[in-house]
Write a protein that binds this ligand. Structure first.
Ligand SMILES: Cc1cc2nc3c(=O)[nH]c(=O)nc-3n(C[C@H](O)[C@H](O)[C@H](O)COP(=O)(O)OP(=O)(O)OC[C@H]3O[C@@H](n4cnc5c(N)ncnc54)[C@H](O)[C@@H]3O)c2cc1C
Length: 296
């Protein structure tokens, strides 16, 4: 049963930070059947598992993961652009960049802000990804999930549809970050029919204003959530930590909420800088920074 899984797969090759030791087992899930069979095998063998998208909001331990990594590779995107109810069906493993391209092709507006974010649809829904004051919660109509807390008599996980309000979306947060039993398979997005040229212009404007995060070194996006009314990056900068290094990890000078891997950075180096930033901001401003990145 376990033969179908790849063994000892280096996770640094599956994270944008280029950090992370080996996964004991690794399985790319392209279809519903793939996902069901991987979960069933993991459950039968008491194997912990973790759902991976693009690994662009993730810090993986240097020792790796002693379980099964299920990499979501279901990537179908279909658009239904009838005038009353324009929407898109996107599978969890589809890249946001493909989704943005498809909406542009179909003159559908609502996803322009996601241009330049290197995640998957599943990862973006789970973390309620967003930019420029817009987020997934503004476009998600419903999410198709596998609820692995419930199995049928045939041993199949329950497939449920969660409506937007059931997803408990908050700033960079959702029910999926707190309930490991819910695996996102696909999402239905509600968009608006727009003007192709205007959509293209907005995408270009968003891309131009992402200049500060347009960096040459591997990273995992924003390390911390912005505390209400503050910029995490500015707080870190005001603590004098601009450009601070631990090993090969550096707090980016032009945007202190981004930590970059200059070459051989380790998860332990990232954690050292995370702790330093948290302690410094707490001491100077009495504010608790909270991680946005997921630590595995
Ligand atoms: C250069 C750069 C710029 C970025 N800019 C932004 C930005 O502007 N705004 C923003 O919000 N983020 C940004 N990010 C962070 C990141 O790209 C997003 O958070 C993205 O949505 C994460 O998706 P992912 O597929 O990479 O998720 P992963 O990193 O693979 O996973 C993140 C979490 O989601 C869970 N998850 C993934 N797929 C599923 C699924 N199918 N079902 C259940 N859980 C799942 C994982 O288990 C994990 O807990 C940036 C990152 C980089 C590197």
């Amino acid at each position: 049963m376990m033969e179908k899984f790849e063994k000892d797969v280096l996770l640094k090759n599956y994270t944008t930070f280029k950090i992370g030791g080996p996964a004991k087992y690794f399985f790319p899930a392209k279809t519903k059947q793939d996902l069901i069979s991987a979960i069933k095998t993991a459950k039968q063998n008491d194997l912990p598992f973790f759902i991976l998208g693009s690994g662009s909001n993730l810090l993986v331990d240097d020792k790796g993961y002693d379980g099964l990594i299920i990499k979501m590779e279901n990537s179908k995107i279909e658009s239904f652009d009838n005038e009353e109810n324009p929407r898109i069906y996107a599978e969890a493993g589809a890249l946001l960049s493909s989704l943005v391209a498809q909406t542009m092709k179909n003159s559908l507006s609502g996803m322009e802000w996601a241009t330049g974010i290197p995640g998957t649809v599943g990862g973006a829904v789970a973390g309620n990804a967003g930019a420029f004051e817009i987020s997934m919660s503004n476009v998600v109509k419903s999410v198709e999930v596998f609820d692995i807390s419930q199995f049928s008599e045939a041993g199949l996980p329950k497939i449920r549809i969660l409506e937007n309000q059931d997803c408990e979306f908050k700033y960079r947060d959702s029910i999926f970050k707190h309930n490991e039993n819910l695996i996102i398979f696909s999402a239905n997005l509600e968009l608006k029919i727009g003007d192709a040229e205007k959509i293209k212009t907005r995408i270009k404007e968003f891309l131009d204003s992402r200049e500060s995060t347009n960096i040459l070194f591997p990273s995992a996006g924003s390390v911390f959530k912005n505390p209400k009314g503050y910029s995490a990056g500015k707080l870190i900068e005001q603590c004098g930590l601009k450009g601070k290094k631990a090993g090969d990890i550096q707090i980016l000078e032009k945007h202190c909420n981004f930590f970059v891997n200059l070459g051989n950075g380790k998860a332990s180096d990232v954690l050292e800088l995370i702790n330093l930033a948290k302690q410094s901001v707490k001491q100077k401003f009495r504010i608790d920074l909270q991680e946005e990145i997921v630590i595995l």
